[in-house]
Write a protein that binds this ligand. Structure first.
Ligand SMILES: [Ca+2]
Length: 225
């Protein structure tokens, strides 16, 4: 029969062993690195417009960052882009993956008013770690109903994962989102994709606080093939 002292010491050893296992479990998948990208210079043009929107997120003053798995790369560069508006009013859909993130004239594509979407085809299913979005940053404004989704289905009819949704009143009818509307600036919106598997990334918006149109300068999809 064990004495109380022996029993305590066995417990201590067991606890130490458990702690070692827990530590190993935490350390093992931590082969992660903070995601960085090139942040475009600030270009502010025109007259500031009032932003009348409740529940706005705090304005970003520095580049956002999340940890992503080691070996994460930019998957979207020059990948084909389609959209709900095939004939943009200004610019071209390929601007969205051409690597240029400069604010101002000549760098953004303008899609018509109302709820519109664009879709990036990564040309193969991938493990997606993050989606970094620049709608427009030469004027402070917030886009309505920003929704980011991933799927292996080109038509987004099945197997759809919503990564981000700030349609707080479900006006775009894709479901109510819990993310906060935000003011666009050169730091963009960094969405944690949590290594979701998919070939297509679709982004929705429904106008902005300055006008009814939809704009994109660049969207970067990061992940592993
Ligand atoms: Ca671009």
């Amino acid at each position: 029969m064990k004495t109380q002292q022996q029993s305590k010491s066995v417990t201590r050893i067991a606890l130490a062993a458990m702690a070692a296992i827990v530590t190993a479990a935490i350390v093992a998948p931590a082969q992660a690195a903070p995601l960085t990208t090139e942040i475009p210079p600030e270009v502010i043009e025109g007259t500031p417009m009032p932003i009348k929107l409740a529940n706005l997120a705090k304005i970003r003053k520095t580049a956002p960052s999340i940890d992503v798995p080691e070996g994460t790369v930019l998957l979207s560069k020059d990948k084909p882009v389609t959209g709900s508006d095939d004939f943009p009013i200004i610019g071209d859909l390929f601007y969205i993956t051409d690597g240029d993130k400069v604010g101002g004239e000549g760098y953004f594509v303008e899609l018509m008013d109302g709820p519109q979407w664009i879709q990036i085809d990564l040309e193969a299913s991938a493990s997606i770690a993050a989606v970094w979005v620049w709608h427009f940053h030469s004027q402070a404004r917030a886009y309505h109903d920003v929704i980011v989704q991933v799927s292996d289905d080109e038509a987004f009819e099945s197997g759809v994962t919503t990564l981000y949704n700030n349609d707080y009143d479900n006006s775009s009818e894709l479901g109510k989102g819990g993310d906060k509307p935000y003011v666009e600036n050169r730091f963009g919106l960094l969405v944690d994709a949590k290594n979701t598997k998919g070939r297509y990334v679709r982004l929705y918006s429904a106008g902005n606080t300055s006008n009814d149109m939809n704009h994109y300068i660049e969207v970067e999809v990061f992940g592993k093939k």
